[in-house]
Design a protein around this ligand. Structure first.
Ligand code: ARG
Length: 459
């Protein structure tokens, strides 16, 4: 006879490898708290509906509460023999209060139990992640506010394109994070659903009260379909997908930070607190944190891909494959939180080399569009203006000059509509300031964006 909680129909013990290969306790013990909370709510519901006597319920509740205290005190010991967190807790309860513990699993299956634990686990962590994103947004707004008029090269194809405000650049990431935050907020809706009561897959003959359990556990709603309840992992996929997109945003920013602290750029300087040295080259100051966040984004994509692949083709309802759903999510949570915090600290202590940024916009011909716009504003068709300026740019390249170095005679030879007021518009700072279209890099627009952001952050 098997000694398992489910051992009744077995004549032999499971092979030792089956026990260790099938066990999930090494990782699902992270949900021990949630498992106990779920059981407490479930057994209270069993009492409320009269499925169990109040006597039984109070014994089970007292036992579970004691286990909860021991868990928090680090006194619980889990074993592979009991496979997973659900059976470990039940076994401990049985050891402590005797056979009445066996009544806890009335009208419940591990299938709805594990799904409930997993929902609870994520439901608790999402607000923390959302709060970290908000902190990061706040940092970005503060930095942007201090850099509205800091002029830097804007790039396309990694080539100098047009000068922009560094504040505008920072606010671009603010906007991405705003959507990231919204995605996690939406994720809360799908996490805030209670699977418990679905039992193994089909519901139960007992007169359970799922609304009561949902209320006890603070769930907004209950799953409407028992098959869906035990086999849905969308909420976890959403989480991993949202995490991947968030990390992708951080990773892009980290890539730019890594470039911009390099000798070639020197736009930014990392604080010593957020940089590392080399074991061989004494002069080195490496952007390890930026690189590591960039690297860890790959790891989180892996977590997403892993679960997507696990879920593909899974027939309804529960399959043991679903045990593979947790580690990637745990890993993503464990990675995301410190990544957000380190990133925030790195940003907050970053020094901006404003002069260097500005200097890079002064001799890079990135005011060519200004000149083309100047001509177009005076009635020259833009395509024609583009050609005229293109030829002037070529002249500048050949004679090693900037557009602002060309004499008025030279400019007028290219187009007679050009007047002396053109030079003012060729100054990078003026070029930035004048891009005042909605959402543009013009200082006024950036200030507006910042003001809106501050309102949003108050919510
Ligand atoms: N450890 C299992 C998991 O994580 C719990 C559910 C087991 N259910 C079952 N029918 N074998 O998925």
């Amino acid at each position: 006879m098997s000694n398992k909680l489910w051992g009744g129909r077995f004549q032999q013990q499971a092979d030792a490898l089956v026990d260790s290969f099938g066990a999930s306790i090494s990782f699902d013990q992270l949900m021990a708290d949630e498992d106990i909370e779920g059981s407490l709510a479930h057994v209270k519901m069993l009492g409320k509906t009269g499925i169990l006597t109040h006597e039984d319920v109070s014994q089970i509740v007292a036992g579970l509460e004691e286990i909860q205290q021991d868990l928090h005190a680090g006194k619980l010991k889990f074993t592979n023999d009991n496979e997973d967190i659900h059976m470990n807790i039940e076994k401990i309860l049985t050891d402590r209060i005797g056979p009445v513990a066996g009544k806890l699993h009335t009208a419940r299956s591990r299938n709805d139990q594990v799904a409930t634990d997993f929902h609870l686990y994520l439901k608790k962590r999402l607000p923390k992640i959302i709060a970290e994103i908000k902190t990061l947004q706040t940092t970005l707004v503060q930095m942007a506010e201090a850099n509205v008029e800091t002029v830097m090269p804007g790039y396309t194809h990694l080539q100098h394109a047009q000068p922009i405000s560094y504040g505008h650049y920072l606010m671009a990431y603010y906007q991405m994070l705003k959507r990231d935050k919204e995605r996690f907020e939406f994720n809360q809706k799908h996490t805030d659903m209670l699977p418990l009561g679905a039992a193994a897959l089909a519901g139960t003959t007992f007169p359970i009260d799922r609304q009561f359990t949902a209320q006890e556990l603070g769930f907004e709603e209950v799953y409407a379909n028992s098959l869906d309840a035990v086999s849905d992992r969308d909420f976890a996929l959403e989480f991993l997908s949202n995490s991947s997109i968030l990390m992708m945003h951080l990773s892009r920013f980290c890539e730019e930070i890594s470039m911009w602290v390099s000798y070639e750029f020197q736009y930014l300087t990392l604080s010593d607190e957020y940089a590392t040295g080399s074991s061989i080259m004494p002069q080195k100051k490496n952007p390890d944190m930026a690189e590591l966040i960039r690297g860890k984004s790959g790891r989180i994509y892996g977590d997403l891909m892993g679960l997507l692949a696990t879920m593909k083709s899974l027939p309804l309802a529960y399959n043991k494959d679903l045990q593979e759903d947790k580690e990637g999510v745990f890993d993503a949570v464990k990675t995301l939180m410190p990544a957000l915090r380190v990133f925030n600290g790195m940003l907050k202590t970053l020094k901006v080399n404003k002069e260097r940024m500005k200097h890079s916009t002064e001799h890079d011909l990135s005011n060519a569009t200004e000149l083309a716009d100047y001509l177009a504003a005076k009635g020259v068709p833009f395509r024609e203006a583009h050609g005229i300026v293109g030829r002037l740019v070529l002249n500048c390249i050949q004679t090693k000059r900037d557009l602002q170095d060309l004499s008025l005679e030279e400019l007028q030879a290219a187009s007679p509509v050009i007047k002396n007021d053109v030079y003012e518009e060729l100054v990078p700072e003026v070029a930035v300031k004048r891009r005042n279209s909605e959402g543009g890099t013009g200082f006024e627009q950036v200030k507006k964006q910042i003001a809106n952001a501050k309102q949003e952050l108050k919510k």
